[in-house]
Design a binder for this molecule. Structure first.
Ligand code: FMN
Length: 167
């Protein structure tokens, strides 16, 4: 039996395009550009009206989002790295800028504009977010290979059961 784990497939963000979305003050999506739809694997219709956490990736620590909301709610611009989850379970990394849209001197919405980041930065941020999540949520990301010959071996299963479980 062959199983494909789409969650391990990365979609690369193109160099020459920006990924744009806007939300209301509660984080519900009000607009996405074509590139956003393409990269996330959703149609614009599937995204508009949904909370922005539809593309939240489980690798992202909670505190990163707390920091985003604290920053934009006081009118500042948040800049940082985000790993997002596609509709098919795959992922993509972006450097994002999130800020308030001002019209006639009044805040009306939030917006985010995203661009690609380097491979080196992705590795650095994956390590940092793994560490943050493990400290904040006591959850550890585990990827594991098991020898086929040992798959039916009670001893191997016993060993696996000793690995700390995410819950
Ligand atoms: C303009 C804007 C853009 C956002 N973009 C993303 C994003 O690309 N990915 C993401 O996971 N959260 C994004 N968020 C944060 C989400 O609203 C949400 O806080 C986050 O996904 C965590 O979900 P939770 O608060 O339900 O835990 C954005 C928020 C705003 C206001």
């Amino acid at each position: 039996m062959t199983t494909t784990f789409d969650m391990f497939i990365e979609t690369e963000v193109p160099e020459d395009e920006l990924i744009v979305s806007r939300t209301d003050f509660t984080g519900k999506i009000t607009y996405v550009n074509e590139t956003f739809a393409e990269i996330s694997g959703y149609t614009p219709e599937e995204l508009i009206g949904k909370p922005h956490n539809v593309i939240r990736h489980p690798d992202m620590p909670k505190s990163a989002f707390n920091e985003i909301w604290e920053t934009i709610e006081k009118g500042d611009v948040w800049e940082g790295y985000v790993k997002n989850m596609r509709k098919d379970g795959g992922y993509y990394w972006v450097f994002a800028r999130i800020s308030t849209v001002i019209k006639d001197g009044k805040p009306v919405e939030y917006k985010s504009v995203r661009e690609p980041m380097t491979h080196q930065k992705k590795i650095e941020m994956q390590n940092l977010y793994d560490q943050m999540r493990s400290e904040e949520e006591h959850k550890t990301r585990v990827v594991l290979y098991i020898d086929n010959d040992k798959l039916n071996n009670a001893e191997a299963l016993e060993q696996m059961s000793k690995i700390p479980q995410a819950n």
